[in-house]
Ligand binder design. Structure first.
Ligand code: BGC
Length: 759
């Protein structure tokens, strides 16, 4: 036995050494290649590599790239984005390879965020699955399609921690928790990049937006961020760092300022944190015109902000072209060192080398792969699976769901037949006409004569809002009927039914970039429809499609069931139909708290205690006069058609020293009538610290499938690493003392125990 484990150890160490040697050999080959290439480059050609213009249709800022093809031919472009398909990519790559002096191939980037052609649920929805392997598989599938469409670089994952649902971009991330966010960041990087770039179906990932982009004041996009370093290190930095640990090859800067300096020109952030402390050696690209925007931030003119960017150690300029305009001159006037440009150029060339573009610039250009990969059956199946697993059942009074197909059901609302909005924002290569609506899934399941339908209201009635959304593809059209008439018709249809399914929410453009809202309830016209339906006295199930936590106090109080489906992608319709009729049992859990009203924002479960914790009977305690402190639905919350019960926690010991481990176990029982999956969540509180610690922090979870009537012991192992945090000196260490352990099905309803860490 001993011999066996010794030889296993030997094999393991040998393969480790072999792996390292192989990596060193590749790096040294890369080094030699890039050094030789750079020795032939003029300063202008080096600066040209730092330029990343947009060629194509997707514009997310006020500036549009001009004359790109001419610049490519002059060697003044390192990569482009917003262009794909084998034909389009080949054309530009040929220009770079055949018509320039040094024949350096281009990078081709794109925002492949939640799928490329096959669209999966928005990232916030996917995170609600708590299913890391599923999330990795969606990123893998996205990479397979993107790489077959000529792309070699995705601007994903977005891992910005978000605690303010007014911010439209909460839809693009994994919610409020640094631990879960870190695991999801890793899964996505692995999915996109694979183990290495040996195959032509993996692409370079780009973790964004470094850093703290999710913490803009008042949830307004691009707004000021100001926070302590303690909060950065403990709460906001972990997912970026995790992406690096997973090997992400590129990082995107954020639009916001940090400690008074915009991220793209923030030397402390890029040089000290990212490069030095975290050892990042890959390429840093700015966000869209983020360098130019530093002028508005008020830190200098064009030339100055280009200088700040280069001296901060940023490598590539997205769209703004200020590095192209000023880079060489700044070196000649000795304001920026040549070494700074060299380092940036080197990192871009290294990325191209790693992607295999110098061996074959057309590696990702294949009509044949294009025909095989796009929206194939395997990916369509995955999109349905992901959609089902991302849905969250927020309420289910009297077990009204799943629906019995034999009753008369009225499907009411502007989203019942809608296809346009199902893909959500950031689905540029997705074709919404290929998305399956709920209605067509229902027709498919039951035939059309059995179903009742009324539109009930417009998705948006507010003309001002329509004017803002329509220029960006919303395609919102007001119905010819008056709002009163539409509600009347809906009520008549509802009266012929025994149960109402209302399908409401946001149009896709109300979340995503530049889509902040100051109120996050259902729009007035939709709320009015719901009130009219409520007056019929029929039971109502609300199916939501939206990109952020909404305020749902009235709905929670007055409706029978609420199913959150987010924007769930290409196969949204069939997935929702399966869940409504019990062919699938929902198991998603929200990863952002749903506030009762906007006045509670920012709201998040891992908050700190105050010196005057909430006591409703005492005046001078931390609370509101008009609303409870807690959210309507807490982080980690989500129901199932079955019931799960938790035993108390048993710990195998009550005291440990660093280096030792404790096992915390509970028995989970499925006491309901359906088989189902439960996300068992494990939290810790460090009761006393040298700095104050959150009331709860997620430290583990397990997604467990139990048949009806089945029970299972679930164990979490606690080690010293789970107890560490950044202290006032930003040292990452645990501190002896008392800890609480919580296990439960969400962050609020938990069993509790405690243990001691001895010195
Ligand atoms: C967004 C980025 C995106 C970039 C390129 C920006 O406006 O903030 O997330 O990757 O545009 O489309």
């Amino acid at each position: 036995m001993k011999l066996l484990s010794l030889s296993l150890l030997l094999v393991f160490s040998l393969s480790l050494v072999e792996g390292q040697t192989k990596k060193q050999a590749v790096n040294s080959k890369r080094n030699t290649f890039v050094t030789k290439l750079m020795s032939k480059m003029t300063l202008e050609e080096k600066v040209g590599q730092l330029n990343l213009p947009s060629v194509g249709f997707d514009v997310t800022g006020p500036i549009v790239s001009q004359g790109v093809e001419e610049k490519i031919k002059k060697g003044l472009v390192g990569g482009v984005f917003n262009t794909f398909t084998p034909i389009a990519v080949r054309k530009l790559q040929e220009m770079a390879v055949n018509e320039t002096r040094l024949k350096i191939p281009l990078l081709f980037g794109y925002d492949v965020i939640h799928g490329h052609r096959t669209i999966f649920p928005i990232a916030l929805g996917l995170s609600a699955s708590w299913d890391l392997s599923l999330i990795e598989r969606t990123a893998r599938a996205a990479a397979e399609e993107a790489s077959a469409d000529g792309l070699n670089w995705t601007f994903s994952p977005m891992v910005d921690i978000a605690r303010d649902p007014r911010w439209g971009r909460v839809s693009e991330g994994a919610g409020e928790d640094p631990y879960l966010g870190s695991l999801i960041a890793k899964a996505m990087v692995k999915g996109y990049q694979g183990d290495n770039f040996d195959k032509n179906n993996t692409i370079m990932a780009c973790v964004k937006h470094f850093a703290l982009y999710g913490a803009g004041e008042a949830g307004r996009d691009y707004n000021t961020v100001d926070m302590s370093r303690l909060r950065m290190y403990n709460e906001y930095f972990p997912p970026y760092k995790a992406a690096l640990e997973a090997g992400v090859k590129s990082v995107m800067t954020s639009f916001n300022e940090i400690e008074g300096v915009p991220a793209s020109g923030n030397k402390w952030l890029m040089e000290e944190v990212l490069r030095k402390q975290w050892g990042f050696a890959g390429l840093i690209v700015t966000d869209y015109t983020a360098i130019n925007e530093m002028i508005n931030h008020g830190v200098g003119d064009e030339r100055k902000v280009a200088e700040l960017t280069l001296n901060a150690g940023v490598d590539m300029d997205m769209v703004g072209e200020l590095l192209l305009k000023h880079g060489a001159e700044l070196v000649k006037s000795k304001i920026v060192k040549q070494a700074q440009i060299d380092a940036a150029c080197r990192r871009i060339l290294e990325a191209k080398f790693d992607l295999g573009l110098f061996d074959d610039p057309y590696r990702f250009v294949s009509e044949e792969r294009n025909a095989q990969e796009m929206m194939n059956q395997q990916k369509l199946n995955l999109s349905k699976e992901a959609a089902i697993k991302s849905m969250v059942l927020l309420k289910n009074a009297g077990q009204i769901l799943p629906l019995n197909a034999n009753q008369k059901i009225a499907f009411i609302g502007p989203l019942v037949k809608n296809q346009r909005d199902l893909l959500g924002s950031w689905s540029g290569a997705g074709d919404w006409k290929k998305a399956v609506s709920l209605w067509s899934a229902l027709e498919n399941k039951f035939g059309s004569d059995k179903l009742l339908f009324a539109k009930g209201c417009n998705l948006v009635d507010d003309e001002e809002l329509m004017k803002k959304l329509n220029p960006h593809g919303a395609e919102l059209v007001a119905d010819e009927r008056s709002p009163e008439k539409m509600i009347d018709e809906a009520v008549k249809v509802a009266n012929r039914s025994s149960v109402i399914v209302a399908v409401l929410g946001e149009p896709f453009g109300m979340s995503g970039e530049a889509a902040s809202r100051s109120m996050i309830g259902l729009l007035d016209n939709q709320a009015e429809l719901l009130r009219a339906l409520k007056a019929t006295g029929k039971p109502i199930i609300l199916v939501l499609m939206n990109g952020r936590p909404l305020t749902l106090e009235w709905e929670d109080k007055n409706l029978d069931a609420i199913l959150e489906t987010w924007f769930s992608g290409t196969n949204a319709g069939p997935a929702i139909a399966d869940v409504l009729f019990g062919n699938a049992n929902p198991s998603g859990k929200i990863t952002m708290s749903f506030p009762r009203n906007v006045g509670q924002i920012p709201i998040y479960y891992n908050s700190k205690n105050t010196g005057r914790p909430l006591d409703v009977n005492q005046k001078y305690t931390s609370k509101y006069l008009d609303v409870p402190n807690d959210p309507l639905y807490p982080f980690g919350f989500g129901l199932s058609y079955t019931n799960f019960t938790y035993s108390g926690i048993s710990l195998d010991q009550k005291e440990i020293k660093p280096g030792q481990k404790i096992e915390a176990s509970i028995t989970l029982s499925n006491t309901g009538k359906y088989d189902g999956e439960e996300v068992v969540q494990f939290y810790i509180q460090d009761v006393v610290g040298s700095i104050t610690r959150p009331v709860k922090e997620l430290k583990g979870f397990k997604k467990v499938f139990l048949k009806a009537g089945e029970s299972k012991a679930i164990t979490f192992t606690i080690s010293n690493d789970d107890l560490k945090f950044y202290n006032a000196n930003l040292k990452y260490a645990s501190e002896p003392g008392e800890f609480k352990v919580f296990i439960g099905g969400n962050s609020r309803d938990v069993k509790t125990s405690n243990f001691k860490l001895n010195p």
